[in-house]
Design a protein around this ligand. Structure first.
Ligand code: ATP
Ligand code: MG
Length: 387
């Protein structure tokens, strides 16, 4: 039997007459994700009454399709379905087979009629098919908490019948909201921040600041692995590697200890902004939360953000560390982030970093630096990796 999948998408963002736009991007993303997970398969996708129907030319492993669809933001749920003609007897037979194959004594039939030309309305289909299932399987109907739910969707070309509806990742299709630049460190937080930016439809490029030769090459490889992992949701990305040691040395030699971390961050922001403006990336994303570490105070956040005018998105702002770690485990970045890491910032860490930076003091400290020259030099030495 040929495999068919059905995907429902979310309604969010689709209200202003831009549904076609979202649908087109979502379809492309579904296609790419399946092509990657099942490169040998042949399939077609078509859109029907706000649903995507994926028809494979042959039978394929359901689990692999599920894995592929699970990584496509915008899908709210999906299912492997039986396709039948618009004949009640065929629909009944499919429902009987699917329900009898499941454990459980109670069931409900839930019909949606996208094609109103079908002679029976949804409720009539529920009743007729339900009666047939009772007769054929001995199971009983429970409309409140059924052990098995059988969905029937009546479309123009045929009916779709299924019992296992799987929750998708939700969100908006990657690339439907524009492009952003994620400040990706080797830690736990920034990959999760990238995940949430992608979930809201942003296509992410990544920028990493390293202090090579003070830090080892392994730390850069770790960041490459993180970017590869995150690519599962967006297929292709760019990682910009910025040599940052020289900027850090200038800060260490010329500015007060306590302000170092704030100053590093201000330079990271400036370099990121310069790159973002050239590449038409519309916001900077960081893994900062609020109050998570002593440095993530509102005062410090303000002093850092003041260096640029591009919007700074912080998807993790309301999350606890353990929630972040849970997501990191779920998306598979945890195993990479947990490896030892030689961070650009910890390398030149002051003994007592400032926790409530005063902007005037920060600006005063920066006067002893040639800001423009440092930013431009770092910018010119960026290495681009296609992931
Ligand atoms: P993470 O787990 O993402 O490293 P963190 O809790 O360790 O976050 P900080 O080290 O204070 O927090 O960094 C805050 C944010 O600044 C990071 O989430 C990341 O977005 C950015 N950042 C920090 N260091 C770097 C770096 N070397 N390269 C790129 N971005 C960085
Ligand atoms: Mg960090």
């Amino acid at each position: 039997m040929k495999t068919t999948f059905l995907c429902h998408y979310s309604e969010i963002g689709l209200k202003k007459g831009n549904r076609n736009y979202f649908e087109r991007i979502l379809e492309q993303n579904i296609r790419k994700s399946i092509e990657r997970a099942l490169p040998e398969s042949e399939f077609s996708i078509h859109l029907d009454y706000k649903r995507f129907i994926i028809d494979f030319k042959e039978q394929v492993e359901e689990e692999r399709v599920g894995t592929a669809l699970h990584r496509v933001f915008g899908i709210v749920n999906y299912a492997c379905v039986r396709k039948t003609n618009l004949e009640l007897s065929e629909i009944e037979q499919a429902a009987v087979e699917l329900i009898s194959a499941k454990e459980g004594k109670t069931f409900a039939i839930r019909t949606k009629r996208a094609d109103k030309a079908f002679p029976l309305n949804s409720n009539e289909v529920n009743v007729r098919v339900g009666a047939k299932v009772v007769e054929a399987t001995g199971k009983s109907v429970d409309l409140t908490i059924p052990e098995i739910t059988c969905h029937i969707e009546i479309m123009k070309q045929g009916a779709l019948v299924y019992v296992d509806k799987i929750q998708g990742p939700g969100g908006l299709p990657v690339n439907s909201s524009g492009k952003v630049l994620v400040l990706l460190s080797g830690g736990f937080d920034s990959p999760v921040a990238a995940f949430y930016a992608m979930k809201r439809g942003a296509k992410c490029s990544f920028i990493h600041f390293h202090s090579y030769p003070y830090t080892n090459k392994f730390s850069q490889e770790k960041v490459i692995d993180l970017a590869k992992k995150l690519n599962e949701y967006q297929f292709k990305s760019r990682l910009y590697m910025v040599p940052f040691a020289e900027t850090q040395e200038e800060i260490v030699f010329n500015c007060p200890d306590r302000l170092r971390v704030i100053l590093y961050r201000r330079f990271m922001m400036r370099i990121a902004e310069r790159l973002a403006r050239r590449k038409d990336l519309k916001a900077v994303v960081t893994g900062e939360s609020l109050g998570q570490v002593a440095s993530q105070t509102l005062e410090n956040i303000a002093a850092i953000e003041e260096a640029i005018t591009l919007p700074v998105l912080r998807p993790l702002v309301g999350m606890d560390k353990n929630e972040i770690i849970q997501v990191a485990r779920k998306i598979g970045t945890y195993e990479i982030s947990v490896k030892p890491h030689d961070d650009a910032c910890t390398r030149f860490m002051p003994r007592q970093p400032e926790t409530r930076a005063k902007l005037e003091k920060v600006l005063e400290a920066e006067k002893s630096l040639d800001v423009e020259d440092l930013v431009e030099k770092a910018f010119q030495s960026i290495e681009i990796l296609e992931i």
